[in-house]
Each structure stands twice: as structure tokens, then as C-alpha cells.
Design a protein around this ligand. Structure first.
Ligand code: SAM
Length: 285
């Protein structure tokens, strides 16, 4: 088998299968040979480890994962890629392709059926049009996975990995930090993909926490986070009042009990502050 990361090999395979890229499926395939080995290593793919890949494309990253991991299950939505993957992964007997939409799939069941007794990690070059929904699905479903190592757009990486309480921070930063400790690993230029996207990318790793770092009712915590960032230019008292549909007087009482000044903005709040607001809301309900 020729080197898959070689651009002439990739072009040859794609033309042999008459494959045309689908923009709506976020198909930008990696052609930089140095990226996949680094991703696979950072992901923790190794002896005894099971890997879930999302969107294998023609299998460039899958190839690296198969070489290191005990087993790889790759979820690909585009049926047209199945014969391509049959060919590019022919030499491996530790890989299974699941033709499905990852957002519709029961991943807890997949892990139970495919990876019993194994440590499991996720590794993917994500289709950018569903970056946040996929990441939130992986975290919210509390999958028994150790870490999630994914390529995302550079701006998304910076937002997800921003420190909670600084300007770049958004609702997704707080949500991700509730479930995991994010790390920005390395940047990848737009020219590393075919076709080249308009923006650069970055690989991040979310080290999944065993339990959330704050103690609060989960529904109330996330309702507070969503409302707070819903109108991020407003001070917290106004955004909570609008976002939670709650009278100003009650919001002020909650903020006072939580010890959060009413004129703070969402981006300045730490995880503990959101939790304190959620708890004060519960106490005063
Ligand atoms: N892993 C390959 C690589 O790095 O070259 C391809 C990555 S490409 C950015 C994203 C891949 O996700 C494509 O193969 C696309 O068909 C697939 N995809 C898009 N939407 C998907 C979905 N909802 N579920 C599963 N796969 C999806």
C-alpha cells in the first residue's frame, strides 16, 4: 500500500472512485503527513486502547490510529466513502466503519458493544459545521471516555480553551470546562487540507473529568450560563432577567445571595460564580 498521506496517492484514490468533495459535509481532508501521527499520539491511542473516530474521510488519520490502538471504530456519514475506506484500510483487521450520523448515534451503546473492558478515547478531524454539537454530545452523554482529541477551527479552539473568566470566554468555554479540562495542543495551517478551508485549524484535547468541578444543580447551572451569555454585552443582572424570564428584583436577590455584583458581565465570571448563582436560585425558588 502506498503512503496514504502522500497527496498524489490521495488524488489517485479519489479520482479512481470518482469522488467529489461535499462542502455541506465539511469535507476538508488532511494532506499534511506530519499531522495525523501527532494527533494519534496525543489522543493516547496505544496498546489496549479503543478509539472512536468521527468522520474518517478517506482514512488518513484512521490509518495512524489503527497502527497504534487495539481497535478503532470510525463513524462516517457519507456512503460514498465506504468503498474508498475498504481499500485504504484493507491491511487492518482492527477497524470497523459505522455508516451513520454521529449526532444520531447511541455512543454509549457503541462503546458497550465494541470496547468492553477497554480504555476508550475519541480522536477526530471534526466536520466544522457541527463542531459544538458533536463536542457537547460527547461530553453531555457522559461517555466512559478518557479524552477527546479533535481538530477544530482555530477560533473555536481558542474559545473552547480560553480561561473561564477572560474576554474570549463564551458559553461553550464554561460548558466544556464543566465536563473536561481543555488543552490547546498545536496549530494546523489551512494549506494542510484539501480543499484548503478559509481559516486555520488547531488540535485540542479535552481531558474528561470524573466529576464536575463545582457543586450545583446541572439544569439550573446550564440555564444560568445560557442566559448569562445570551446577551453578553449586558450586565449580568439584565441578561439573567431577560434570559430566565425573571423579575429584576428576584434576580438581584439571587445575585446578592451568590455574592456576584449585579453589574458584572458574563465573561468575567468563573465556574464557581455560575454555580453560586444556580444554588442561590435554588435556595430562593
Ligand atoms: N478524517 C478525515 C481527514 O482528516 O482527512 C476527514 C475529515 S473531514 C474534516 C470530516 C469528515 O466527517 C468527512 O469525511 C465527512 O463526510 C464526515 N462527516 C460529516 N458529517 C458527519 C456526521 N454528521 N457524522 C459522521 N461523519 C460526518
Amino acid at each position: 500500500m502506498k503512503r496514504l498521506s502522500d497527496i498524489s496517492t490521495i488524488k489517485e484514490i479519489l479520482s479512481k472512485h470518482g469522488f467529489t468533495f461535499s462542502k455541506s459535509l465539511g469535507q476538508n481532508f488532511l494532506i499534511n503527513p506530519s499531522v495525523c501521527p501527532r494527533m494519534a499520539e496525543y489522543a493516547g491511542a496505544g496498546a489496549g486502547v479503543g478509539v472512536i473516530e468521527i468522520g474518517p474521510g478517506i482514512g488518513v488519520l484512521t490509518n495512524e490510529l489503527c497502527q497504534l490502538a487495539y481497535k478503532v471504530v470510525a463513524v462516517e456519514l457519507d456512503k460514498r466513502l465506504l468503498p474508498v475506506l475498504d481499500e485504504t484500510l484493507a491491511e487492518y483487521d482492527n477497524v470497523k466503519i459505522v455508516n451513520a450520523d454521529v449526532l444520531e448515534l447511541d455512543l454509549n451503546q457503541l462503546i458497550e458493544e465494541e470496547f468492553a473492558g477497554m480504555e476508550v478515547v475519541v480522536c477526530a478531524n471534526l466536520p466544522y459545521y457541527i463542531t459544538s454539537p458533536v463536542i457537547m454530545k460527547l461530553l453531555e452523554e457522559r461517555l466512559p471516555v478518557k479524552a477527546i482529541t479533535v481538530m477544530v477551527q482555530k477560533e473555536a479552539a481558542q474559545r473552547i480553551c480560553a480561561k473561564v473568566g477572560v474576554r474570549m470566554c463564551g458559553a461553550v468555554t464554561v460548558a466544556v470546562n464543566y465536563y473536561a479540562e481543555p488543552e490547546l495542543l498545536f496549530h494546523v495551517s489551512a494549506g494542510s487540507f484539501m480543499p484548503a478551508p478559509k481559516v486555520d485549524s488547531a488540535v485540542i484535547r479535552l481531558n474528561v473529568r470524573e466529576k464536575p468541578p463545582v457543586d450545583a444543580d446541572k439544569e439550573k447551572f446550564f440555564a444560568v450560563v445560557k442566559a448569562s451569555f445570551g446577551q453578553r454585552r449586558k450586565v449580568i443582572a439584565n441578561s439573567l432577567s431577560a434570559g430566565l424570564g425573571m423579575g429584576k428584583e428576584k434576580v438581584l436577590a439571587i445575585l446578592e445571595r451568590a455574592g456576584v455584583p449585579q453589574n458584572t458581565r458574563a465573561e468575567a465570571l468563573r465556574l464557581e460564580d455560575f454555580a453560586a448563582i444556580a444554588n442561590a436560585w435554588e435556595d430562593l425558588a
